[in-house]
Design a protein around this ligand. Structure first.
Ligand code: DX5
Ligand code: ZN
Length: 227
């Protein structure tokens, strides 16, 4: 099965967030990606459980909360209660990662672990079998609209091979700098979920932009993975 597109609302128009999300859903989005930033782990500040709850109310799609915050343990339950279906935490800040992953699962959400571009895959060695998904940052987190860091595609390929070798079901998500132009390259790295923020919401036509990405992915999957 091909990968799914995960629109990041970071670049949406927050004054018409519900409509933007519905447009992305109508365009064939597979899940809605919510970027949570605390002004400490990353310089930017965004949204929390209240907006997550509002997102939950306007979409049927899974809600995927990417926590770019210093103290994820304090907040995972609040995000799960707000309706997050997937919650991911950065390995760079989760001091007791096994406990955090267990707490996310206990809350009923899928647990993800996130690696910044410069964080080695090896940091996953003990946690990988426990994680439902791994999110690879393909930009340094904090802002939408940055350029894809291409070396992360090789990292994704190595992670895909590792997961396949272990025979586990851990899924791979990639986040940052994805455009219609580089989508085939990104898909060829073997990822399952592809986040796109500005490519969708800065386009002026979130439905059409999502549709273009989804169609390009479908065409890629039809041609087979042999790129
Ligand atoms: C960056 C966020 C991304 C961001 C992606 O810190 O985690 O989800 O919204 O935006 P684009 O697709 O514009 O790079
Ligand atoms: Zn994100």
């Amino acid at each position: 099965m091909g990968a799914v597109i995960a629109p990041s609302i970071l670049s949406a128009d927050f004054a018409r967030l519900g409509a933007d999300i519905k447009d992305a859903e109508a365009g064939g989005a597979g899940l809605i990606h919510v970027d949570v930033m605390d002004g400490h782990f990353v310089p930017n500040l965004t949204v929390g459980p209240a907006v997550t709850r509002a997102v939950r109310r306007v979409t049927q799609l899974p809600v995927d909360c990417h926590l770019m915050i210093e103290d994820p343990d304090r907040y995972v339950v609040a995000f799960a209660e707000a309706g997050a279906d997937m919650i991911s935490v950065h390995v760079e800040v989760a001091r007791h990662l096994e406990r955090t992953v267990a707490a996310i699962k206990e809350s009923g959400a899928k647990a993800g672990v996130v690696l910044n571009p410069a964080t080695p895959l090896e940091t996953l060695s003990e946690i990988l079998p426990a994680a439902d998904f791994v999110l690879l940052m393909s930009v340094n987190p904090g802002f939408g609209g940055q350029k894809l860091i291409r070396s992360v595609l090789d990292k994704a390929r190595r992670l895909r091979a590792w997961i396949d070798r272990l025979g586990i079901a851990t899924r791979i998500e990639i986040d940052g700098g994805v455009t219609l132009e580089n989508l085939d390259e990104v898909a060829a790295s073997g990822v399952d979920m592809i986040v796109a923020g500005s490519a969708i919401f800065s386009s002026g036509d979130p439905r059409g932009a999502t549709q273009s990405l989804v169609r390009k992915l479908a065409a890629f999957a039809e041609r087979g993975q042999g790129v």
